[in-house]
Design a protein around this ligand. Structure first.
Ligand SMILES: Cc1ncc(COP(=O)(O)O)c(C=O)c1O
Length: 434
């Protein structure tokens, strides 16, 4: 038995069973627990705010913000209130440039090419609304593009009188070469494509796209490349000089980098960046690229000013990004194998090197037993207090697990048992209705 995973109530009952008072039981619980805590538990309890007893296997959706970063943002808010004029007229400029520089360092890009923005969607909107497009031009996405991004493309195309083009990619993915070949042929059939949106990691399917090869194909056809890297910072080691055919890159810092929500980066190549305007025009729209994204009207920007601190958290508390991703990807992989074994199913049928490091998909053993894979997510939460992403791919129900430093193997085992229990119940129900 894993004592570390017992709740305080369970341990208190145990102590009471051997005759300890509730106070002694509590002290015993604290003592036993602090001795037996794993690194993951220690991190979760000491550094994070996650609710006791809840199992979080869905970091990929909204991330989580460490206590120290919550406190730091609170301090910044206090500083803003102590002297609003000093804050908006002086400090905000300094903080914006320091934190944009930290984001640039993270993706190894020049500081004048990276601005901090509210989220990946904001970055994508800024680029699509700014670049020159007209007449018969087409904007390309794939059927794996995130739906709100597709909505942005449709809206921008409608407003600007141009056409969207969505390329359907084969699933399952047989090999990286097959994916690249299909992409190349599809693009050749659409000579009017002027800009292509490439997901670095697709959502919810968590496919790690070979963006270096795909972006080179785009450039060979004079197509600009906008990468949607919503899931990449903190999960993929980014180096923009290694991606010469990527013109624009946006990525969230509020997912895998532990920054407060409403925090992302937007990179634009030096020769293209001055074209890009924020979606909201305010004071500094004529200033250079980075600065014009600051002060988009009066608002609280303290989340953006916490980027540097969030990146330091990874360095100082988690041993750096490389160590963090090694831990997460190993845990995600072994948990995925275990779930596929327990459920007698399999991982997503794609080559393993095309799987996102920290997120894996496993087929659910619930085909024909559930009406909506999307609704299952909240059923698993309501019944078992486990948060995990579930959805359908071409009618087949899948589960996307995330792994982070606060997760432990037994949590995925609980998920495995929960789904098997649901399957048994749903089969009984189905048989009773026959
Ligand atoms: C692939 C992808 N793109 C874009 C987004 C949008 O991110 P945000 O809502 O932070 O703008 C997400 C969110 O999960 C995503 O998964």
């Amino acid at each position: 038995m894993d004592i570390g995973s017992l709740t305080s109530t369970q341990l208190a009952y145990g102590a009471a069973a051997v005759g300890a008072t509730s106070c002694t039981a509590y002290l015993l619980y604290k003592g036993v627990r602090s001795c037996l805590r794993s690194d993951a538990q220690r991190l979760r309890e000491d550094e994070l705010c996650l609710q006791d007893g809840a199992i979080f296997l869905n970091h990929g959706s909204f991330g989580t913000v460490p206590r120290s970063i919550v406190a730091m943002q609170q301090e910044l808010r206090k500083e803003m209130e102590q002297h609003p004029d000093r804050w908006f007229r002086r400090l905000a400029r300094q903080y914006f440039s320091e934190n944009s520089a930290a984001a640039a360092e993270l993706i190894k890009a020049p500081t004048d090419c990276v601005a901090i923005v509210d989220n990946a969607t904001t970055g994508i909107n800024a680029v699509l609304n700014s670049i020159p497009l007209s007449g018969d031009d087409e904007v390309m996405t794939t059927d794996w593009t995130y739906q709100p991004v597709k909505n942005t493309v449709d809206c921008v195309c409608e407003r600007r009188g141009i056409k969207p083009f969505c390329m359907c990619l084969d699933f399952p993915v047989v090999s990286e070469d097959a994916l690249v070949k299909q992409f190349k042929e599809g693009l050749a059939e659409h000579p009017n494509v002027r800009v292509c949106i490439l997901d670095h990691i697709t959502s919810p399917s968590a496919v790690l796209m070979p963006i270096k090869r795909l972006s080179a194909i785009c450039h060979s056809r004079n197509v600009r490349v906008l990468v949607d890297g919503a899931h990449s910072p903190g999960q993929i080691d980014l180096n923009m000089s290694d991606l010469p055919h990527v013109d624009y890159y946006t990525g969230n810092l509020h997912k895998w980098c532990f920054a407060p929500r409403g925090c992302a980066l937007l990179y634009a190549k030096r020769e293209l960046k001055e074209e890009i305007l924020p979606a909201v025009i305010s004071w500094w729209w004529r200033k250079p690229f980075v600065e014009r994204f600051n002060f988009l009207a009066t608002r609280d920007q303290t989340q953006l000013f916490s980027v540097r601190e969030a990146l330091s958290f990874i360095q100082n508390k988690l041993g750096g990004q490389q160590a963090m991703v090694k831990h997460n990807s190993e845990l995600a992989s072994s948990a995925a194998d275990m779930l596929a074994r327990v459920w007698s199913t399999e991982r997503l049928p794609i080559p393993h090197h095309l799987e996102a490091p920290n997120m894996k998909l496993i087929r659910l053993p619930l085909e024909g037993l559930i009406e909506s894979a999307e609704d299952l997510m909240m059923e698993i939460y309501d019944r078992f207090n486990i948060m995990v992403c579930t959805f359908g791919i071409k009618g087949v129900p899948y589960c996307r697990i995330s792994a982070n430093v606060y997760n432990e193997f037994w949590e995925y085992e609980r998920l495995g048992e929960a789904v098997l229990q649901l399957r048994t119940e749903k089969m009984c129900q189905m048989n009773a209705e026959k």
